[in-house]
Design a protein around this ligand. Structure first.
Ligand code: DAK
Length: 256
């Protein structure tokens, strides 16, 4: 399978599994990813998702062998499929953590950028090498990288196509934490379990409000945040969360 899926204790781990091509995205791999994220959307037992890769790469980008001979109509279909995948991750109610185990280049870096949180192996490297291939970043890199690290740094990274080490990625806020490779997945799982203990309803509302803040002007983001906050009241999760705090016990959230 090009994409593996494991579920345990409310955490789903999605693993890119095409190591012979450094997990580069061809059409079947993108379709499998899209199907997987669509299935997770409907799975109420899953409260947090980890996305990682097998072998020495997280993902080395779009499959250059498949892209090389594409003309405009097929290139557009391929680009749209990539956009559907990043939209499925951003639109997923559950938080998504990228556990970047190795190279995250081009579309691989952009896939990590579409996740809510990024952790990385201390050996990982990030890059947007598209301009060396004659194309601009096409799966959201021009939008999401500047928001995360600032316009100037993003411009330098995209315009030079240089590699960003894990140490630098941590320093510039591209990743939240770096770990020895053999600890990356357990650290990501630990973080995912801590997130999964919280109200799924409130997590989904917070994720949506944060996405709106990035998508539009701050005023409408704040208005949407207020509405989503207000809509949480009177729900079983809100009642349970607040009651549990007052009763000094852990909350048991149903997601309702
Ligand atoms: N595509 C296809 N195959 C790839 C690949 C890729 N991106 N990256 C690596 N591979 C394959 C290699 O061809 C090799 O296959 P065989 O020769 O063994 O058959 C195998 O994976 C192992 O790779 P290497 O032998 O090169 O391994 P190394 O450790 O020496 O080097 C590397 C690792 C990551 C430094 C190197 O493989 C590399 O530079 N790969 C290319 C990275 C890259 O340039 N990625 C960006 C791809 S472009 C758009 C939408 C999307 C996009 C663009 C536009 N629109 C909406 C307009 C996205 C573009 C991209 O992502």
């Amino acid at each position: 399978m090009a994409v593996d899926l494991e579920r345990s204790d409310g955490v789903a781990t999605v693993t890119l599994n095409r190591p012979g091509a450094l997990n580069a995205f061809d059409t079947p791999q993108l379709r499998a990813l899209l199907d997987t994220f669509r299935a997770l959307r409907a799975d109420r037992a899953v409260r947090c998702v980890i996305l990682t890769g097998t072998g020495k790469a997280f993902a080395a980008g779009a499959d250059i062998k498949e892209m090389a001979d594409k003309q405009m109509p097929e290139a557009l279909a391929f680009a749209r499929l990539g956009h559907q995948v990043t939209a499925a991750i951003e639109g997923l109610p559950q938080p998504v953590i990228a556990a970047v185990n190795g190279y995250a280049f081009g579309g691989g870096c952009e896939l990590a950028l579409a996740c809510d949180i990024r952790l990385a192996a201390d050996t990982a490297q990030f890059a947007q090498p598209e301009v060396t291939l004659g194309v601009p970043p096409g799966w959201g890199g021009t939008q999401r990288l500047p928001r995360l690290v600032g316009h100037g740094l993003a411009a330098e990274i995209i315009f030079t196509a240089r590699r960003v080490t894990a140490d630098e990625a941590l320093r510039i806020g591209l990743v939240n934490g770096i770990y020895p490779p053999d600890r990356l997945l357990s650290e990501a799982t630990d973080l995912a379990r801590r997130i999964a203990a919280n109200s799924p309803r409130a997590l989904a509302a917070a994720k949506r409000a944060m996405a709106l803040a990035l998508a539009g002007d701050p005023a409408s983001g704040l208005a949407a945040e207020a509405t989503l906050f207000a809509e949480s009241f009177g729900t079983p999760d809100q009642e349970e969360g607040m009651r549990a705090f007052l009763e000094k016990r852990p909350a048991a959230f149903s997601g309702e």
